[in-house]
Design a protein around this ligand. Sequence first.
Ligand SMILES: *Cc1c(COP(=O)(O)O)cnc(C)c1O
Length: 443
Amino acid sequence: MKSIPAMHRVLADDRVAPYDVLLGRNAVKRAAEEALGRARASGAADYDAIVDELTDRLETMRQETLRVVINGTGIILNTNLGRAPLATDALHAVEAIATGYTNLEYDLSRGERGSRYARLAGVLNAVTGAQDSLVVNNCAAAVLLVLDTFAKGREVIVARNQLVEIGGGFRIPDVLARSGATLIEVGTTNRTYVEDFERALSPRTALLLRTHPSNYRIEGFTRDVSARELVELGRRTGVPVVEDLGSGALVDLAEFGIAPEPTVQEAVAAGIGLVTFSGDKLLGGPQAGVVAGKAHLIAPLKNNPLLRALRVGKMTLAALDSTLQCYRSGTFRERLPVVRMLAATIAELRHRGGAYLAALPNARLTESDAYVGGGSLAAERIASIAVAFESGNPDRLAARLREATLPIVGRVERGRLLLDLRTILPADDGAAIATLVGVMSPA
Ligand SMILES: *Cc1c(COP(=O)(O)O)cnc(C)c1O
């Protein structure tokens, strides 16, 4: 029997050693033990074959971990790529809060237990105009909490044209069923009137619900019930109105030449009782869900035992707080990456593209369509600039870029690979170019 190579020799091999930094010495050691064990069992002791098998395994492990990627898809709020990149200030806030102790659930003035859910109520109320607010893990959790609190065993009236699936399997009818509420659909696929809601009212009605149709749009002969109409009906009949906004824009997007999206402030000002929205969509913060609205409707949410299962961590609260402070102080245009991406001009994108062209002889710049994504305004196009690669097999090039040490995700369109500059953070241009040069140069 040939002798199995020594562990220390395998670990010191130039092909294996770089994985120490990437995966940790212990993980590499364990994988090496397994590879040597298999070699021993099968009696196959060829040194290179063992190292090849080991590096394949280590490479797979590396691909599986959570890693930094460059988003060249042009979709700003790309759920697959982690939605909103955090602001540097938010990151510093997380660091400060997470590396020590905090008043997470401690009331400093009274010296007794406080509530984590209400930690951000001050800034949220200031920014949204709501009387009170509550933070949970994501917007789906916010909707679930609201329905579970108010509608269990009762009825919720929703317009048929708003009963959509927003991706990731989130469907209002399913969440309603899960919370034990009965869905009462009103209107037709294209047209709904406030009278449709009124006719469906019964003593069992718990809520009137509006949802953001998100990534779906009905055009042509359509009619929707406005927030004001629904609020007026709610006022007359004493039934609370809830609106799931999803994206939670806190600024008027018309400023960036994008179709206006109802803001949280507008929904609150229209008199909606409870508004739910995400932290990591247009708001530009961490994954979180917010319920903002009238104090007498927020109060029962705080007493729902389900809240415990939906609770947010201190790192989320720190990042969300910092992000919201950017809106309060009016510095969101400079500080929030999502807003900067929305605001970048074509001239700025072209200027950045020059650096790509200088380093990559086979690249050229082309006009492209970027998208907001993330549910709301998913189909709303934003004129953009992409670096295009037209020669060779675009799918193969796309695959090689995805598998690079710093993966770059682009999109293949009409036989070309496009890397949209709007979603590549300017600070990443240098690293992206270096990766592209590495992948393009013949090995
Ligand atoms: C995105 C979205 C949600 C879900 O938000 P998460 O934060 O991902 O849970 C719910 N409702 C609408 C309308 C959305 O657009």
